[in-house]
Design a protein around this ligand. Structure first.
Ligand SMILES: [Zn+2]
Length: 314
């Protein structure tokens, strides 16, 4: 299986093997033989990381940083297992994520409430803790040095409050986790990417989302490396689209505010399905409707759950 993506400036990606091909990516930034991993995927991603390191001729001892953009389990579920494999790495995490990485029990229970027990066992398995002394908390605006290559961290709430993104000036690339949307490569039309919004439970915050999108855009990045799925250009256009999608989510939630329970959930899921589908059609996506449904179904479902939590907390 050749699922490696090799970009300029020592940036490489591999499939994290989360649920389906090309749903989630691990990225490696290599600088002079030392490396930083961006995202951990799940416990099932460790073998993929090992393949990626071998592909890049980087030994496990040469990984200085393991960066999780936030502690949702498709990004950080494999952190404990991966840190055991990388003896010199420090886990770079938003301050609000530290206690969850040290003691992942609450994270597991919260995710079980969203996804159910069977899904949790199959997709994530046991979450291993990371010792606190191996963690490095970021401040907003912090610089981390990868063998002389500065990586700038920005705190970017909106998707969740424990989210940071990093900007790598060398490549002009930002690594945006779930803050700068989701762009499955299947959405591409003549090489042009399209984004949808990530609004999974439980901390969707539209005002913060708009602000974070603008802070990222202000870096004037050439590329965004998304966890879902890897490198996209056209950052300005995508930022505009993300703003519209944030507003679209708010509109879908507001129009369902008078409903309750599963009726409200289904109304919001239908609204988000329409929002994403219209956006992809407008982009020129010519996939059969059933293929679009298969690609967006998970995001529609979890975003509808996220909007439900937001309505109840507002
Ligand atoms: Zn994600």
């Amino acid at each position: 299986m050749n699922d490696f993506l090799d970009f300029e400036h020592g940036i490489h990606a591999v499939d994290a093997l989360f649920k389906r091909p090309r749903l989630a990516a691990l990225h490696l930034i290599v600088e002079g033989g030392r490396a930083a991993l961006v995202e951990c995927g799940t416990n099932h991603s460790l073998a993929q990381l090992q393949r990626l390191l071998a592909h890049c001729h980087v030994g496990p001892e040469a990984v200085d940083y393991v960066i999780v953009t936030h502690v949702h389990l498709d990004h950080a579920g494999g952190a404990g297992a991966i840190m055991r494999h990388l003896p010199n790495a420090r886990l770079v995490v938003h301050p609000r994520g530290v206690r969850h990485m040290a003691d992942p029990g609450q994270l597991y229970r919260a995710a079980t409430a969203v996804y159910g027990e069977a899904e949790m066992r199959a997709t994530y398995g046991e979450l291993l803790p990371v010792p606190r002394e191996r963690m490095l908390e970021t401040r907003d605006g912090a610089l981390i040095d990868l063998n002389g290559r500065p990586l700038l961290f920005l705190h970017t709430p909106g998707h969740c409050r424990h989210h940071h993104c990093l900007y790598d000036e060398r490549s002009g690339g930002m690594f945006t986790g779930d803050t700068f949307g989701i762009s499955y490569r299947e959405f591409d039309v003549d090489g042009r990417p399209a984004v949808v919004l990530a609004a999974a439970p439980s901390q969707f915050d539209p005002i913060a989302f708009h602000d974070s999108i603008e802070r990222l855009r202000a870096l004037r990045p050439r590329w965004a490396f998304l966890t879902h799925y890897s490198r996209v250009g056209d950052v300005d256009r995508l930022a505009d689209n993300l703003h519209r999608l944030v507003d679209g989510h708010v509109a879908v939630a507001e129009s369902a505010r008078g409903l309750a329970g599963s009726e409200r959930h289904h109304a919001m899921a239908a609204g988000l399905d329409r929002l994403f589908r219209d956006h992809l059609h407008e982009h020129g996506c010519r996939l059969p409707e059933a293929d679009i449904t298969a690609l967006i179904a998970l995001d529609v479902e979890v975003n509808a759950q996220g909007l439900g939590v937001w309505l109840d907390s507002a």
